[in-house]
Design a protein around this ligand. Sequence first.
Ligand code: SAM
Length: 261
Amino acid sequence: MFFHKARKRFGQNFLVDDGVVHNIISIFKPMTHDYVVEIGPGLSAITEPLVHSVDTLLCIEIDRDLVRILEHKFSRYNNVRFIESDVLNFDFKTLNMGIRLIGNLPYNISTQLLFKIMEFSDQIIDAHFMLQREVVDRMVAQPSSSNYGRLSVMLQERYEIERLFDIKPDSFNPVPKVFSSFVRIKPLPFDRVKPKNYDLFKKLVTRAFSQKRKILKNSLGEWSNYLDWENLDLNSQIRAENLSVNKFIMISDFLDNKGII
Ligand code: SAM
């Protein structure tokens, strides 16, 4: 029998509600041939049902003590492997194509991790994450709403994002101060409308939202002089928060065609 004291610095709030685990697994629908990567298995609330359902399960856990506990607990199973690593430094490119990601994520690294998985989204079938509810609000936000920002645009450019259900703080131990949401992220088809120059698109979105309250004309600085505001159907008073993802792509392509950046 092992005892583990939750570590705050690793964002350890362990899921202790069987009903929530059941909901997660029934929505995730693990299939035998799936190649599943779990981020932060912790005390194995989600790992346990997954081990019994899929052929290949790879778990990435930063806490060395937990890795030891998990390796011991699952030593009889040869379909699961535990990697002691900071997921932010893990090279996903070393893995196969067709990965399904799952994780009750440590909230302190969730936005960084969402940006990281964009680098290898062509390898992913889908990702199911439990995140702080406020982060999910920003991920799914639509233009002209208060939560719409850089995270919404960057994620929605390449993913379909669906909020599945909310989870109360008392489903975890220790009890966090915030509500959580379970979310599904699915890469959009390769032939979707996408920016011709992705680096430029990234710079544009970052610059546009760097001063959210400013009108776009001002936040874009000298780039705004090159834009054909009328042809792009842009009102001179428009702010970044009013622009759809497609509009950002149009502006990015326009600047790219001009060879300005
Ligand atoms: N999956 C478990 C559950 O649902 O009960 C644990 C969830 S807990 C919120 C987050 C887990 O991620 C912890 O086990 C923590 O040690 C691990 N973790 C934190 N930071 C990490 C990182 N940078 N890389 C990998 N794992 C991390």
